[in-house]
Design a binder for this molecule. Structure first.
Ligand SMILES: [Zn+2]
Ligand SMILES: [Zn+2]
Ligand SMILES: [Zn+2]
Ligand SMILES: [Zn+2]
Ligand SMILES: [Zn+2]
Length: 333
């Protein structure tokens, strides 16, 4: 999951008017108006060491707010060369927070869905584990927490995979698609067990899995002599994953099954990278989906030596060779 957000600080310039004085011209000084160049008799205005007729000043020099068009007498904001009363600026020009609807005048986050919000909300509200949106009433209409550990927003909730029927259907589809690109000899069906808890996944795996891992394939077998008998696969996947996310995890796990079942020995450090080609395949097939784009981006940026670096190596090989050629030469890696 890509946790990176765009941070920025709104640059708010406040300018103070330096000097604004109304004085009676004394007779013995020959003052010229900076605007009309005529001499000044009577009252005049000084601003920043320049003098003006009252009228010239009011009609031509006096600052006006680009929002309400009224005169600016006080400090003001400049934004893209326009000038605004401080209150006009705050209430009407500054972007509003998509969470609390107040003007954004401090550090803010713009998420991948163009939601804009105060950075401070991030400490009080969770992110959706599927789409990475901030879970709140205004943006996602709330959401759910699973084991008070995982958080899913209400936008993703309608797409989460939990039902056996749906899982079987996705398995069949994926199995068929894989056969089409040459990924063969994967069992027609494998038990898929959904689990709520990430710690449980670690326990089943018997090792501490890398952060962000959402599935695990367990391969059990017995041997007689050198012969493998009673092979059994179980695939464990987190419950309540968005369907797209679920497909990508299943595709990854099925590539593990492919390696086991075809008895292919790859270099250890490239196994996860190869299996991630399965997830990439799913996200590429759904490239118009924002979530796919985010997931792909984070896969290409992941700095894990196997899931990230290994994936980029295998992805480059896939691009060069195509599926068929890659699959036929896996043992060389
Ligand atoms: Zn004048
Ligand atoms: Zn104004
Ligand atoms: Zn806010
Ligand atoms: Zn979501
Ligand atoms: Zn894996």
């Amino acid at each position: 999951m890509n946790k990176k957000k765009l941070f920025d600080k709104r640059c708010i310039v406040i300018v103070f008017i330096l000097q604004l004085v109304l004085i009676n011209a004394s007779n013995y000084r020959d003052l010229k108006c900076q605007f009309c160049a005529n001499s000044i008799k009577g009252r005049y205005i000084i601003q920043e060491k320049k003098v003006y007729h009252e009228n010239c000043y009011r009609d031509h020099v006096q600052l006006r707010c680009d929002y309400c068009d009224d005169i600016i007498n006080d400090s003001y904001n400049i934004d893209r060369e326009k000038k605004f009363h401080k209150s006009c600026y705050r209430e009407n020009i500054l972007d509003k927070c998509d969470v609390c609807f107040q003007p954004i005048d401090s550090e803010y986050v713009k998420d991948h869905y163009n939601n804009l919000y105060h950075n401070s909300h991030r400490s009080s509200m969770p992110l959706c584990e599927s789409c990475n949106r901030l879970i709140c009433k205004a943006i996602t209409n709330g959401g759910y927490s699973i084991n008070s550990q995982r958080n899913i927003c209400n936008i993703c909730w309608q797409f989460v995979v939990n039902k056996t029927l749906v899982i079987d259907q996705i398995y069949d589809e994926l199995h068929r698609e894989f056969v089409n690109i040459g990924i063969e000899n994967i069992p027609k069906s494998i038990p898929i067990i959904l689990i709520d808890d990430k710690e449980e996944l670690n326990r089943i795996a018997g090792v501490r899995l890398s952060d962000g891992i959402q599935g695990y394939t367990k391969y059990d077998y017995q041997t007689i002599g050198k012969k493998i008998i009673n092979e059994r696969f179980n695939i464990y996947i987190l419950s309540n994953l968005h369907e797209l996310n679920f497909r990508a995890v299943l595709a990854h796990e099925l590539l593990h099954v492919y390696l086991f079942n075809n008895n292919i020995q790859m270099r250890d450090s490239l196994i996860e990278g190869f299996c991630n080609l399965g997830s990439e395949y799913i996200y590429n097939a759904n490239k118009n989906n924002k979530m796919s784009q985010l997931k792909l981006k984070s896969m290409f940026k992941n700095n894990h030596p196997e899931y990230g670096e290994g994936f980029r190596i295998m992805n480059a090989e896939l691009k060069k060779k195509g599926w068929k050629n890659l699959l036929n030469n896996l043992e060389k890696y």
